[in-house]
Ligand binder design. Structure first.
Ligand code: TYD
Length: 132
């Protein structure tokens, strides 16, 4: 089974344009406790390089593009995020890296928990130990 779990968000479009609604426990499979966005990422910068123990997230690229790498310690997969109509669901114990941000990239992230540094695994060797 692929680690790349995408959720489709069909646009509620009309002649004026498009709109996507995100609702916790409906089209987003958890209660949304936190929303943040990553933007203005400088050229050549990669981000992420961590896993979470408990946190679930849905990542939506609402402008521009970037390349997302996900890794469960056994398999590494990657995908371009470039659509505001698709969210990548990332569950616990998945290492993630974001690369090749376009200048206009905005990543919207919905999170199941408040920010908690204790939930992060920021060292890849420690991550491999925890998942093995
Ligand atoms: P970090 O999770 O390391 O960013 P990325 O994975 O995109 O590289 O977060 C960067 C900084 O922001 C770090 O000091 C923690 C802080 N932060 C918060 O205070 N609250 C949040 O909700 C998030 C996601 C990060």
């Amino acid at each position: 089974m692929s680690l790349l779990k995408f959720i489709d968000f069909p646009p509620l479009g009309d002649e004026r344009g498009s709109l996507v609604a995100l609702e916790g426990n409906k089209n987003v499979p958890f209660t949304i406790k936190r929303v943040y966005y990553i933007f203005d990422t400088k050229k050549g910068v990669s981000r992420g390089f961590h896993a979470h123990k408990k946190l679930q997230q849905v990542v939506i690229c609402i402008a521009g593009s970037c390349r997302m790498v996900v890794d469960d310690g056994a398999t590494r997969e990657e995908a371009w995020l470039n659509s505001s109509l698709k969210g990548l669901l990332i569950n616990g114990f998945v290492w993630r890296e974001m690369h090749d941000f376009s200048d206009d990239c905005i990543l919207l992230v919905l999170a199941s928990e408040h920010y908690d540094e204790a939930d992060y695994i920021r060292n890849y060797e420690n991550f491999l130990k925890e998942v093995s």
